[in-house]
Write a protein that binds this ligand. Structure first.
Ligand code: CO
Length: 287
């Protein structure tokens, strides 16, 4: 068993997207284009509604799955499949854009902060044009594993201690864990060799790898995205005080890709085709 070390620590970039939403982006930047199969990692979080109320008005996606996980606040959404609703604290929304979807994501001003994450998981070439689908998973359906040492792990996707996550049908089969460690606590989680693995530390600070810790390894503070080196197991330790982080992993697709805005396809021709269909009004497949 080889422990996964720390390969790279990425500082999120402040960006403005949608109609003027200020957020922190760690994947899909000049520093880090993608971590196969993850093609975007956004952390939206603010106490100022001015940072998010403009929202993300109707826009297309093709070729990816988007997963939105809310820590706090509410986002209203509707899409070209006819879905409409509101996701709130602890809820997950996952959307398979497949052949094409139009949707709107509008954060609401709340009594507390807005906080959460959106990631894009790439679709394999043979499923790029699969039928779009959409699902909300309410917070109550997301299992939480509590370990004797005080670690609490919300299993959004994947498996922890034999407990399967709530979201099972993302084609790339990612693991998506939201981990809360008490001061001095640790998480040990098997991650198959060859899989991409990353941490996103959003509260407190962590160190990675038991051996590193004894050598006094530098802590990864929040907010940072830490790319893990290859190995069989991730070991994460809360450094100094309680810590919260996401652990994401998945098997890379290792396919050619072409990205343009909200589309991730395999070739430039497929991107041009998507733009052409948007202009022609044939982007959304009927029936
Ligand atoms: Co979108």
């Amino acid at each position: 068993m080889t422990e996964r070390g720390l390969q790279e620590v990425v500082t999120p970039v402040a960006v403005t997207d949608g109609a003027g939403v200020r957020l922190r982006r760690s994947i899909a930047t000049e520093t880090l284009d993608h971590l196969d199969p993850f093609f975007l990692f956004d952390h939206f979080g603010s106490e100022d509604p001015g940072d998010y109320l403009a929202g993300f008005p109707m826009h297309p996606h093709r070729g990816i799955e988007t997963v939105t996980y809310m820590l706090d606040g509410t986002v209203a959404h509707r899409d070209s499949l006819g879905n409409a609703g509101v996701i709130g604290t602890g809820d997950v929304q996952w959307m398979t854009a497949g052949s094409g979807i139009l949707h709107e994501e509008m954060p609401k001003a709340g009594p507390r902060r807005l906080d959460g994450f959106q990631i894009w998981v790439n679709l394999p070439a043979k499923l790029k044009m699969t039928r779009p689908r959409y699902q909300d998973v309410p917070a109550a359906r997301i299992p939480e594993v509590s370990r004797p040492d005080g670690a609490r792990i919300r299993v959004v996707a994947g498996e922890v201690d034999g407990v399967a996550g709530a979201v099972k049908e993302i084609f790339a089969g990612p693991t998506y864990l939201d981990v809360a460690l008490p001061a001095g606590g640790s998480l040990e989680q098997p991650v198959p060799r060859g899989h991409t693995a990353l941490l996103y530390v959003y509260r407190g600070a962590v160190t990675v790898g038991g051996a590193d810790r004894s050598r006094g390894a530098a802590a990864v503070p929040s907010p940072r995205l830490a790319v893990l080196a290859d190995g069989d197991v991730a070991r994460v330790h809360a450094a100094g005080g309680p810590a919260r982080f996401l652990l994401l992993s998945a098997q890379p697709l290792r396919e050619p890709y072409a990205r343009y805005g909200p589309f991730v396809m395999n070739t430039r021709e497929e991107i041009a085709q998507a733009l052409h269909e948007l202009r022609e009004g044939t982007f959304i497949r009927r029936g």
